[in-house]
Design a protein around this ligand. Structure first.
Ligand code: RB5
Length: 153
């Protein structure tokens, strides 16, 4: 599983922590580092950029970090076919994969500390979509997304 990670100015330290954590677990993680290319990049550009890389198949999953995780989730969800959610507890991180089949986890560096963030990332890594009763909900989400992105004129 190829994992992309990126952050805005508020998430730099937590991104370093999570990247080393992923590497210590043997994960195939890569720092997209949008701020290196554009030092004035803000969370919408950073989140959208990583989400596009997941959409085009360069990565399987992504982790985005900003101050609250909220802006990154909103930005990533603007890419068609990409589903992102902010999680600051382990149960939500599991459900984000098991129920919502979201490819992108977002974290708020101003909300949680590094140890909880690592535990959340581990739970998210260990979880996969379960299908079952969640499947028609995901299908409905995709149908609504198509309606919004491709309105019939
Ligand atoms: C700081 O730019 C802050 O607005 C950002 O990191 C994030 O919390 C937005 O959701």
């Amino acid at each position: 599983m190829r994992i992309a990670i990126d952050c805005d100015d508020a998430g730099i330290e937590l991104k370093k922590t999570i990247l080393s954590f992923l590497k210590s677990k043997g994960a195939d993680a890569q720092d997209v580092n949008c701020l290196q290319t554009n030092p004035s990049a803000m969370y919408p550009e950073i989140g959208f950029n990583l989400a596009e890389k997941v959409k085009n198949g360069e990565f399987d999953r992504g982790i985005l970090i900003c101050g609250t995780g909220l802006g990154m989730a909103i930005a990533a969800n603007k890419v068609e076919g990409i589903y992102a959610g902010v999680c600051h507890d382990v149960f939500s991180a599991e459900r984000l994969r098991k129920s919502n089949n979201a490819q992108i986890l977002t974290l708020g560096a101003r909300v949680i500390g590094p140890e909880l963030a690592k535990t959340i990332v581990q739970a998210w890594l260990d979880s996969e979509f379960l299908g079952g009763t969640s499947l028609p909900k995901i299908e409905q989400m995709k149908m609504l997304e198509r309606k919004s992105f491709h309105p019939i004129k």
